[in-house]
Design a protein around this ligand. Structure first.
Ligand SMILES: N[C@@H](CCC(=O)N[C@@H](CS)C(=O)NCC(=O)O)C(=O)O
Length: 206
């Protein structure tokens, strides 16, 4: 059985749990990260020297980096469903997965930490403001794409929707001023119709 390390309220862990659930894969989840610790223990560091979550074990394979884990699960267990055989179609999904990590994650983190994670005294208003502006611009690009196709993966829900789908829940849950992005909102509503999304992604942020 798959083993997945990571607390359930981590955005990066949610990607893996949602993906595994969509693929109907049985898994054992082990609490790690945040208040659970574990990530600094030598046994964990031997699996993931970064001391971050998530981490996956599948037989002899130990894997870290959430997008790499999602890709692996889809390639190994999602042939005929989540794994796109056509390299061009798969690249479309890959593109949004990488974009979410390389472009959105950093400004999003500034918003998330200064809204949800830090205490009122610790919050940095300027960082929050800059993060909100950057996220608004970036999500505006997503909105334009979603005005032309129902999902980031294309005509059907797929792997490319998983990373941003996890960020989207927090984006719409946080007590922040959001720009009006109707296609992003409609896509988020489509995600909410998926039981696995509701089960693993739409859970309390703290
Ligand atoms: N690029 C990595 C980032 C992993 C990451 O930053 N994980 C956070 C949680 S979302 C973490 O481990 N934080 C430390 C902790 O929870 O103790 C991935 O996508 O897996």
């Amino acid at each position: 059985m798959l083993r997945i390390w990571g607390r359930t309220n981590s955005t990066n862990v949610k990607k893996v749990l949602w993906c595994a659930e969509e693929l109907a894969l049985p898994f054992e989840r082990i609490d790690a990260g945040g208040a659970y610790g574990v990530v600094d223990e030598p046994a964990y560091r031997a699996m993931n020297p970064n001391g971050l979550i998530p981490c996956l074990q599948d037989d002899d394979l130990v894997l870290w980096e959430s997008n790499a884990i999602v890709r692996y699960l889809c390639a190994k267990y999602g042939r005929g469903s989540l794994h796109e055989a056509d390299p061009a179609a798969r690249a479309e999904a890959d593109k949004w997965m990488d974009w979410t990590t390389s472009s959105l994650a950093s400004p999003f983190k500034a918003v998330f930490w200064n809204t949800v994670r830090l205490s009122a005294e610790q919050r940095d208003d300027k960082a929050l403001e800059e993060g909100l502006a950057a996220c608004g611009t970036l999500l505006g690009r997503v909105d334009r794409t979603l005005s032309e196709q129902p999902f980031l993966s294309g005509t059907a829900w797929g792997m490319g929707d998983i990373p941003l789908g996890c960020f989207a829940y927090a984006w719409f849950e946080m007590d922040i001023e959001r720009p009006d992005l109707p296609h992003l909102a409609a896509w988020y509503a489509r995600l909410q119709s998926r039981p696995a999304y509701r089960q693993h992604v739409m859970i309390a942020l703290t």
